[in-house]
Write a protein that binds this ligand. Structure first.
Ligand code: GSH
Length: 211
């Protein structure tokens, strides 16, 4: 049995990624939510789960895996039947490049368009670096969607989609203008049961005044 420890769902983009991957395996799991941005307690609470002091964290069989991408990779290895990466080696290499580009990049998009999962907010005046990074995301998605038939970046749902799902939320929150192909991709991501669960949890956080 897996336990996934995540952060406040309205804010924790990193947590959403392995949650979607875990949902795609179809395996039952439990989830614990740590409240973020609590100056005196968040870090201490997370340290009880992982020495890295960050969420997400995956626990299973007495083992601990931290970092969203490491968790996704672990799930892909443990659940080959879920095909969390494309079966074709060349496509898999590109899907990994997409995932890693997001995992290690786009700092200005993260900074200026902060995740606020269930809210609608005005689009701020974008810094030049943010604009460049947004354009890169849009052109990378467009290229992948044009190259593969199916609903997702590499045809079938994969970790590349998990990694970009928080960006879909940011684009929706700030109403970032996107071309039709990207809009339809975003709708497919929003239709995932995991996204709908996450949205309901975020709406509850808003209603309860947690965020
Ligand atoms: N590279 C890490 C980043 C994890 C991360 O920054 N998590 C944030 C929440 S989204 C966190 O734990 N913040 C709590 C803190 O910094 O005290 C990953 O991919 O999991």
């Amino acid at each position: 049995m897996y336990t996934l420890i995540v952060g406040t769902q309205s804010w924790s983009s990193w947590s959403l990624r392995p949650y979607l991957a875990l949902m795609a395996t179809g395996t039952p799991f439990e989830m614990e939510v740590v409240r973020l941005r609590m100056p005196n307690t968040s870090r201490q609470t997370i340290l009880k789960y992982s020495p890295a002091g960050k969420v997400p964290v995956l626990k299973y069989d007495g083992k601990t895996v931290w970092d969203s991408l490491a968790i996704c990779e672990t799930l892909a290895e443990r659940h080959p039947e879920a095909q969390l990466w494309p079966a074709d080696a060349d496509m898999r290499a590109r899907a990994r490049a997409y995932a890693c580009e997001m995992h290690s990049g786009f700092p200005d998009v993260r900074d200026q368009l902060g995740l606020d999962f269930s809210r609608k907010l005005p689009l701020p005046e974008l810094r030049p670096d943010t604009r460049v990074q947004l354009d890169r995301i849009i052109s990378a998605w467009d290229e992948a969607l044009a190259a593969h038939s199916g609903d997702f970046l590499f045809g079938k749902f994969s970790i590349a989609d998990c990694v970009y799902a928080p960006v879909v939320s940011r684009f929706t929150t700030y109403d970032v203008p996107v071309p039709p192909r990207i809009k339809s991709y975003m709708e497919k991501i929003w239709a995932l049961p995991g996204m709908q669960n996450w949205l309901a949890a975020s709406q509850k956080e808003v209603a309860e005044g947690i965020v």
